[in-house]
Structures are given as C-alpha cells and as structure tokens.
Design a protein around this ligand. Structure first.
Ligand code: ZN
Length: 162
C-alpha cells in the first residue's frame, strides 16, 4: 500500500501540520474541532488522522497515528518513519504553511510592492498562495523550516560525520 499523503491533524499539533505542509503534504488543521468531526473528516476523505490523544487514535484504527514525541522535529521524524513516508524534494514548499493551499509560481514583477523592498531587490524566485495571498521566497519563514527539515530528509552519513 502506498504511504498516505493526505492528513487531518488534531488541534494540539499545529506546528506538525505546518511542517507536513512544508514537505508538500495535504494537511488539514483546525484550531478547534471535536473528536468526532476529525474522525468523520478523516474517514470521508481518506485522510490519516494524527493525534496525541490515545483514545482518538484507537477510534481511528488503522487510519490514525498516535504521536508520542513532544518536539516538532521529533514528531515529523516519527511520522515519516512510522508511515514510511518518502517526501520528495520536488514537493518541498508546494503548499501554503498557513492555509494548506497549493502554491503557485509568481513572476518577480508581480510581487513588486507585495514584499519588503530589500527582499524584492535580492530575491529572484517567488511563490504565492491563491488562498490567503501570502508570498514566499528564499529566506522566508518557510525556508527556515525547510533548513531544519534537511536533517530529517537527509540524515548525515558516517562519512560526512567523520
Ligand atoms: Zn495560504
């Protein structure tokens, strides 16, 4: 069976939802939601439910995953390992971290005035969210998340560590 690529994230795991989006996964997250709403959504849309609530994870059965780690870096590693995800580099930063909408390329001229002047002057590649209108570029918050994800995606080999 192919690893899951669509998720619904329990209310306590907002940071994890952003990290999954940074990896390009479709990760729905609500600040407030009842367990039965999350379960219904997961089943209706074939999404894997990620939760810190053991009871909710039990109710979700094979469609759920109980997150044990506290730190988001460890949580994302836990999800990747236990669900045998293989996030591709080509999918990095393909979804809005804030609202989960797929991002679109934005030609540089179209973001003039929408990003800080020094950013416009020094950056060449931009992507934008059609959902919430956010613009992302190298060095934006998204890229700081990606830098930390490198460790998850490409653990240092013994040769580079020596
Ligand atoms: Zn957005």
């Amino acid at each position: 069976m192919a690893p899951p690529d669509r998720f619904v994230i329990d209310t306590m795991l907002g940071k994890l939802a952003r990290w999954l989006r940074a990896l390009g996964y479709d990760a729905l997250y609500f600040r407030a939601a009842e367990d039965r709403q999350l379960l219904r959504l997961a089943r209706a849309e074939g999404r894997t439910l990620l939760t810190r609530d053991a009871k909710l994870a039990r109710l979700a059965g094979s469609g759920g995953l109980l997150i044990r780690a506290n730190e988001v870096e460890v949580q994302i590693a836990e999800v990747v390992e236990r669900l045998t995800l293989a996030p591709g580099r080509e999918n990095l930063l393909s979804r809005c971290l804030e609202c989960n909408t797929p991002l679109e390329d934005r030609p540089k001229e179209t973001v003039r005035g929408l990003v800080p002047e020094h950013v416009f002057a020094t950056q060449e590649r931009f992507v934008g969210c059609p959902g919430c209108a956010r613009i992302y570029w190298q060095g934006s918050h998204a890229d700081r998340i990606l830098a930390r994800l490198e460790k998850v995606l490409e653990p240092p080999s013994d040769s580079t560590r020596a």
